[in-house]
Structure formats: structure tokens, C-alpha cells
Write a protein that binds this ligand. Structure first.
Ligand SMILES: CC(C)(COP(=O)(O)OP(=O)(O)OC[C@H]1O[C@@H](n2cnc3c(N)ncnc32)[C@H](O)[C@@H]1O)[C@@H](O)C(=O)NCCC(=O)NCCS
Ligand SMILES: Nc1ncnc2c1ncn2[C@@H]1O[C@H](COP(=O)(O)OP(=O)(O)OP(=O)(O)O)[C@@H](O)[C@H]1O
Length: 279
């Protein structure tokens, strides 16, 4: 029995090493067997509140990330229809000499003028959304393919784990986190099983935004004013991260949220929550 257990444990551990590279696949296998798909978490917050910083902490714990700011860059890469449409609407002056989008120049135009911001959003949001669906599909398919290969091992290990409580049994990590600055503004709440809002005071937000983007307070306040106030976003939060303190303080909050998301208590209520959540 002991030799058998050790063999399986080695098999399990070497699987984990392979699958960890793919983002905690063994745990995803367990979750998919329970619900048929990973849990979708929407992560939002104000500009420079720390969404990326906090999302990276969830990634360290095993979550898959899809970041809308990165998708927003992908859809305007040189040669894309997105870039051509933006140039049509805003003129060639928003291009750098090498032909790539001058993001700073476009930022100044759209954040000073809500109508122009809406024009840009109308061009980019459908393309961003299409890419988002494609990315999530790709994650789920990749996960699915590997799940089938390892399911037999996981089943065998599960059986042993239940008999040997001393095994170091990791919590599920079958989560796709979508980092979406405008999640509430775009009314996307219904797409997610859980919503996390990252927040800081407006004073800290202003300081971090000015420092990171090397802009003055006038420009920073204009960008902040183009988003819903954080108190409005917090009304939709299942969990919130107060990112006003140091990074370790935020990491502690992230670990607690992760523990709760991964707990069987959450798993049990989730199916019901998905059905009852209103847009
Ligand atoms: C205006 C652009 C070119 C400025 O580019 P830049 O590289 O300086 O900033 P970046 O894209 O990294 O965005 C930084 C932050 O600005 C805020 N922001 C971006 N777009 C918007 C918007 N339309 N409304 C309100 N806030 C926004 C978000 O908090 C975002 O996290 C760019 O933000 C853009 O293309 N925006 C339109 C697409 C969009 O709505 N993106 C938000 C994700 S859906
Ligand atoms: N807890 C923290 N303590 C100190 N600085 C922080 C903390 N969290 C984030 N920062 C810094 O604040 C700035 C904004 O953080 P980050 O880029 O993660 O925000 P964001 O919400 O993703 O921004 P955006 O809205 O532009 O996408 C960065 O320079 C980051 O290094």
C-alpha cells in the first residue's frame, strides 16, 4: 500500500510540475468535473488603483489572467482594422513616425473630450470584447484538453488523498480573472460569478497616477473624472481589496479572498449565485 501511494504521489507531483506551468491544471480538473467550466472573476477598480498589481498577486496563486488594457493594445497593433479605424476617426497625427499608435497623444485627446472618448470606445470595445471571448475560450480549451489526459491520475490520487489525510493537498485554482477597468461602466457584472473591486483613497490614486504616468494633477484628475466614482463600483463588489497600504498588506487580503473563493463553502453556493445574479 505504501509503495503504491508513493508511486501515485510522485505521479501526482510530476503532473503538478507540468501543469503548474499551465496554471494549476490539476485543480482545474477538479473544478471542471464539478461545474463544467472554470470560475469567472471580474476584477475592477479606478485608474491606477492597483488592478494590475493585485491581479498579478492572484496570478501568483494560480489564476489565469485576461487583462482588458492588454487586449486594448492588441486590437490597435500595426496592420489591424482597429488601428485603421482609429486613424480614420482621429487623423494621422495620432500615429508615431514609425506607424504605431501614439497612446499619449490619443490619451490627451480622449480624456479631455467625452464625445471623442465615446468615439474611441465605439471603435475599440467590440474588437476588445471579441478578443476577450476568444482568449477565455482558448484557456478553457487548453485546460479541457489537458484535463482529459490527467483525469485518470487525479481520480486515483483523489482516492488515496481521502484515505491519507496527511497529504499536502492544494486548494483549487480553477479561476479565470478578467481585469476590466470599465467593468461596471460597461455593465458587464452579469458575466462574472464574482466581482472584486480594488480601491484606494482618491488622494493616493492621484499621487500614484501622477507618479506612474509622469503627468500633472490636472491631467490625472481629468482621467479619474472619466470613470465612475469608486463608491459606486464598491456597491457591486463581492470582495474588495484596500490597496492603500503596502504591497504585503494587499497580498494578505488577496490570500484571504483566494482562500474563500477556493473553499467548498463558496463552491457550494456558486451555482445558485450565477443564476440569481442580475445584470
Ligand atoms: C486612451 C488610450 C489610448 C490611452 O492609452 P494608455 O497607454 O495611456 O493607457 P492604458 O490603455 O494603459 O489605460 C490606462 C487606464 O486608463 C483608464 N482608461 C482607459 N480607457 C478608458 C476609458 N475609455 N474610459 C475611462 N478610463 C479609461 C483605465 O483605468 C486604464 O486601466 C487607451 O486607454 C485606450 O485605447 N482606451 C480606450 C479603450 C478602453 O476603453 N480601454 C479600457 C479597457 S476596456
Ligand atoms: N500597494 C501599493 N503600494 C505602493 N504603490 C503601489 C501599490 N499598488 C500599486 N502601486 C503602484 O501604483 C501604480 C498603479 O498601479 P497599477 O498599475 O497596478 O494600477 P492599475 O489599476 O492597474 O492602473 P491602470 O488603471 O492604469 O491600468 C503603479 O505605479 C504601482 O507600482
Amino acid at each position: 500500500m505504501k509503495a503504491d501511494f508513493n508511486t501515485l504521489q510522485n505521479e501526482y507531483e510530476s503532473s503538478r510540475r507540468i501543469f503548474d506551468i499551465n496554471g494549476g491544471i490539476v485543480d482545474i480538473s477538479r473544478r471542471i468535473r464539478m461545474y463544467g467550466r472554470p470560475c469567472h472573476v471580474g476584477l475592477t477598480g479606478g485608474v491606477a488603483s492597483g488592478k494590475t498589481t493585485v491581479a498579478d498577486m492572484f496570478h501568483d496563486l494560480g489564476a489565469h489572467l485576461v487583462d482588458f488594457d492588454i487586449l486594448a493594445r492588441e486590437v490597435v497593433l500595426p496592420g489591424t482594422k482597429g488601428l485603421a479605424d482609429v486613424v480614420n476617426a482621429f487623423g494621422k497625427s495620432i500615429l508615431q513616425p514609425c506607424g504605431t499608435l501614439d497612446r499619449k497623444a490619443l490619451s490627451k485627446i480622449v480624456f479631455r473630450n467625452p464625445e471623442k472618448r465615446k468615439t474611441l470606445e465605439a471603435i475599440l470595445h467590440p474588437a476588445i470584447f471579441e478578443l476577450f471571448v476568444h482568449k477565455v475560450d482558448a484557456i478553457v480549451h487548453k485546460v479541457d484538453a489537458i484535463v482529459h489526459k490527467v483525469d485518470a491520475i487525479v481520480h486515483k490520487v483523489d482516492a488515496i488523498v481521502h484515505k491519507v489525510p496527511a497529504i499536502d493537498h492544494k486548494e483549487p485554482s480553477a479561476f479565470v480573472f478578467a481585469v476590466i477597468p470599465l467593468l461596471i461602466e460597461m455593465n458587464l457584472q452579469h458575466m462574472f460569478d464574482k466581482i472584486i473591486v480594488v480601491h484606494v483613497s482618491s488622494e493616493i490614486q492621484l499621487q500614484r497616477l501622477m507618479l506612474r504616468d509622469n503627468i500633472d494633477d490636472k491631467e490625472a484628475l481629468t482621467i479619474m473624472a472619466s470613470q465612475l466614482p469608486i463608491d459606486e463600483k464598491l456597491k457591486y463588489a463581492d470582495f474588495s481589496v484596500d490597496n492603500s497600504g503596502g504591497l504585503e498588506n494587499s497580498r494578505l487580503q488577496v490570500k484571504n479572498i483566494w482562500k474563500e473563493l477556493s473553499s467548498s463553502k463558496f463552491m457550494a453556493v456558486q451555482a445558485q449565485h450565477v443564476v440569481s445574479k442580475q445584470p
